[in-house]
Design a protein around this ligand. Structure first.
Ligand SMILES: Nc1ncnc2c1ncn2[C@@H]1O[C@H](COP(=O)(O)OP(=O)(O)OP(=O)(O)O)[C@@H](O)[C@H]1O
Ligand SMILES: C=C(C)CCOP(=O)(O)O
Length: 254
């Protein structure tokens, strides 16, 4: 059983305060991840079957991407700018790793800038040999939204959501979960939509992000998740344990 879980940048950071980790939220998530694997602190048991974690940018990557005018399509040839985005994401990644490891989750980093590339059409190559091998050896690889080399553009943004989709396809994942600040995809009355099977059915409800976010909020998420073979779930932090236990919190996207 292979599971891909994205921790939204909106959840693990205070999105409107530059480069600020939400320590309490992150720690609660790490505890849920550890608990789901029967690996709560002190249990000493091994890693669960194949869990890959991805996290977004929150108040780390997005601030720098915006400052340098970098999006998923428009890049920078400034090494200073690209490094600012990458280093901010590495700082956040380190905080995620520290929190997971402090809950006995055997988490290790995989930095997409070092391996990924986009061609001129924007198509992504993301070799995942190290991710696959880490999983096979009982680790929990933790990838993150990052900069990526992009033909003709320099470096553009690679969103955590795009990494999730690529991971799910390449690892033939059984389940995909996106933990965001919202309890699911919401309709115009603010209620969680239980299941989404077509973009057109829900397009009018879907907006961008309510914070600084160069990769674009819920509409993009739903669109990319619909393209996946594996079922994907969008839920809030309260849904993580249920998701990792095999349940169906929030919105299911088929
Ligand atoms: N119909 C909708 N239902 C739920 N959320 C919506 C909807 N339309 C827009 N949103 C916005 O989408 C946001 C979630 O997208 P966002 O990209 O901020 O999430 P994230 O994945 O947690 O963060 P990051 O992109 O930094 O990783 C919600 O906080 C909300 O503001
Ligand atoms: C802004 C950067 C570098 C990462 C974006 O990742 P996302 O928050 O998952 O969209």
């Amino acid at each position: 059983m292979t599971t891909v879980l994205k921790l939204g940048g909106s959840v693990v950071t205070e999105k409107d305060r530059r480069e600020t980790v939400d320590d309490d939220a992150l720690s609660a998530l790490a505890e849920d991840i550890a608990g789901a694997a029967g690996r709560a602190t002190g249990s000493g048991s091994d890693a669960p079957a194949d869990l890959a974690v991805v996290h977004g940018g929150g108040s780390f990557g997005h601030y720098h991407a915006e400052e340098w005018g970098v999006t998923t399509a428009d890049g920078t040839h400034s090494a200073t700018g690209a490094l600012a985005i990458h280093e901010a994401m590495k700082t956040l990644n380190r905080a995620v790793l520290d929190s997971l490891q402090s809950h006995e989750v055997p988490a290790l980093p995989v930095h997409p800038l070092s391996v990924g590339a986009r061609d001129a059409a924007g198509d992504l190559t993301l070799p995942l040999d190290s991710t696959r091998r880490l999983l096979g050896e009982g680790f929990v690889p933790v990838l993150h939204g990052d900069g990526v080399a992009h033909e003709g553009e320099g470096v553009t943004v690679l969103s955590g959501d795009e990494i999730v989709v690529r991971l799910a396809e390449s690892l033939d994942a059984d389940r995909v979960g996106l933990c965001s600040t919202v309890p699911g995809v919401l309709d115009d009355a603010g209620d969680v939509i239980p299941t989404i099977e077509s973009f057109d059915d829900v397009a009018t409800y879907l907006g961008g992000s309510d914070a600084t976010d160069v990769t674009g909020g819920m509409a993009g998420k739903v669109q990319t998740l619909l393209a996946l073979d594996a079922p994907a779930y969008v839920f809030g932090p309260e849904g993580v344990s249920e998701f990792l236990a095999g349940g169906s919190p929030g919105t299911r996207i088929d």
